[in-house]
Design a protein around this ligand. Structure first.
Ligand SMILES: NC(=O)c1ccc[n+]([C@@H]2O[C@H](COP(=O)([O-])OP(=O)(O)OC[C@H]3O[C@@H](n4cnc5c(N)ncnc54)[C@H](O)[C@@H]3O)[C@@H](O)[C@H]2O)c1
Length: 248
């Protein structure tokens, strides 16, 4: 077995025995590959990346992880509820970070149903799998500024209405609502945003809005990738440090 082979879930199980796992989907993409780097550098978790098996590999973003024993790839597709359920059941991850999506706004006009299938129905599959097999798992789903679409004011905050203008924006907006419903109905630890094992003192006092603004700004400028991922990790851990906002 080569290190960067995409494994079946049953082959991953013996490798993670006794280890705490973070599962990152979309790990061959831009944000997912940076997230894997950040987690491998800054935490002790075993990182399992979800990737689709293609006849020609698209592993350019993660090829530097080839000899990283704490990193493995598992076959993952957002459109298959059964396999997602099996992955959560077998991995029992501490964190499920969903960065996989149909991410091209323009293509969402050409493939509206497929965009919805990946970005919205796919999130239902994940939420259900977590609810059934690992309800204490913390779930992060990537949102998008496209949810705000025709913006009412600048900069946007968490009170800004959802006004998507593309099938992509609508799919992300609907996914956000689903995550909210699951969080409120099942008291689960879900966020549509963002990940740190150590929270710097000054960040404990940042309001969520400020964190979000900083996060979006960093992202926009593509600055300091590690700082961006650190903020994501902070946001996923907010409850633990006692500043979980009511509204997100
Ligand atoms: N990067 C940004 O500036 C930005 C902005 C707004 C929102 N987002 C959101 O953040 C997340 C990550 O974005 P990115 O820029 O890394 O995207 P990307 O296009 O670089 O990566 C997307 C990943 O999802 C995977 N994927 C696509 N369809 C899949 C499916 N059906 N099953 C499994 N995997 C599938 C792709 O193979 C790829 O690895 C996405 O949800 C995106 O919508 C990103």
């Amino acid at each position: 077995m080569k290190l960067m082979d995409i494994l079946n879930i049953n082959d991953v199980v013996p490798l993670i025995e006794g280890k705490k796992v973070v599962f990152v989907t979309g790990v061959t993409g831009q944000d997912g590959s940076h997230m894997a780097d950040y987690l491998l550098t800054n935490t002790d978790y075993f990182i399992v990346g979800g990737a689709r098996r293609l006849s020609i590999k698209n592993h350019e973003n993660i090829k530097h992880l080839e000899h990283t024993p704490r990193f493995k790839l598992v076959n993952f597709d957002l459109s298959d509820a059964h396999s997602i359920s099996k992955i959560v059941e077998k991995l029992k991850p501490e964190y499920f970070i969903n960065l996989a999506a149909q991410t091209f706004v323009g293509s969402s006009w050409d493939f509206p149903a497929q965009t919805w299938e990946c970005n919205t129905t796919g999130v239902i599959h994940i939420l259900e799998a977590i609810r059934q097999h690992k309800p204490t798992c913390r779930f992060y789903n990537a949102g998008s500024s496209e949810e705000y679409g025709n913006v009412a004011y600048v900069p946007q905050d968490e009170n800004h209405p959802s006004k998507p203008r593309s099938p992509y924006g609508a799919s992300k907006s609907a996914a956000r609502q689903l995550v909210k419903v699951y969080r409120e109905s099942y008291c689960m630890l879900y966020k549509v945003c963002c990940l740190i094992t150590k929270v710097p003192e000054e960040e404990k006092s940042l309001s969520l809005v400020r964190l979000l603004r900083e996060w979006l700004e960093l992202k926009k400028q593509y600055l300091k990738v590690n700082r961006f991922n650190q903020l994501n990790w902070v946001m996923l851990k907010l409850k633990e440090i006692g500043v979980m906002p009511k509204t997100l």
